[in-house]
Write a protein that binds this ligand. Structure first.
Ligand SMILES: O=C(O)COP(=O)(O)O
Ligand SMILES: [Mg+2]
Length: 226
């Protein structure tokens, strides 16, 4: 088993890790496609398109609906429509995964520094955290547009390491996507991969995280019993 003895701070991914947000992302995607008079997508399709932020989600949705490559112009016209629809209903059909709140509170009470590192745009991340009463738990919240680069680039994790003035071996990343695993590995940070989230339909074990968990509660068991 991986040794998490040195860990003092944890960076959590958001979509597919803390919150099952695909139902609202799918609703906003389809509201956008409907407004453009294009064919709608299934929730399963949208699930496989989430992971690289809102712009890439829309690129994938438009590519599917139009059946061809999307121009920058089409994407530019579509983004405000999607941002509008998603902003109206961020948490209507979304849910926290089991044991997320109790585990995060226990980790915070045990003295771990906690942060959010998501590819979701910052303007949606803050109200979503608020809707699920998670805001107070995190010292830092980095959205996909908070820095010049998003996951799988290591930039957000390196930013946290600098902000907290810690060593890479003190930080742990927890996520559901290969983007989380790649970012952690590039930053020399240990990483736990969750099996229940969104990873383009691929098993997270294929990305070789330090530990694979099926249940969020297992993270608490690992870190609180050390
Ligand atoms: O919004 C996305 O595309 C992915 O968000 P995440 O990084 O929190 O999984
Ligand atoms: Mg995720």
């Amino acid at each position: 088993m991986t040794d998490f003895q040195k860990i003092t701070a944890i960076a959590f991914d958001l979509d597919g890790t803390l919150i099952d947000s695909v139902p609202d992302l799918a609703a906003a995607t389809n509201a956008t496609l409907a407004e453009l008079g294009l064919p709608l997508a299934t929730e399963l399709q949208v699930r496989s398109w989430v992971g690289n932020g809102a712009k890439v989600l829309m690129t994938r949705a438009l590519t599917y609906a139009l059946g061809q490559t999307v121009s920058e112009q089409q994407l530019l016209q579509t983004m405000p429509i999607f941002m509008h629809h998603y902003g109206l209903n961020l948490e209507k059909h979304s849910n926290l995964y089991p044991k997320v709140l109790t585990t995060l509170k226990a980790l915070k009470n045990a003295g771990y520094h906690l942060a959010i590192v998501t590819n979701k745009p910052y303007e949606f991340t803050i109200p979503l955290l608020k809707a699920f009463e998670l805001t107070e738990l995190f010292d830092y919240v980095l959205g996909g547009d908070s820095l010049a680069k998003m996951k799988p680039d290591p930039m957000p994790l390196m930013h946290l390491i600098r902000q907290w003035d810690i060593q890479p071996e003190q930080l742990l990343m927890v996520g559901d996507s290969k983007n989380d695993i790649l970012a952690a590995k590039s930053a020399n940070v240990a990483v736990i991969g969750l099996t229940y989230g969104y990873n383009y339909g691929e098993p997270i074990s294929a990305s070789n995280p330090n530990l694979v968990c099926d249940d969020f509660g297992q993270i608490g068991q690992c870190l609180l019993s050390k």
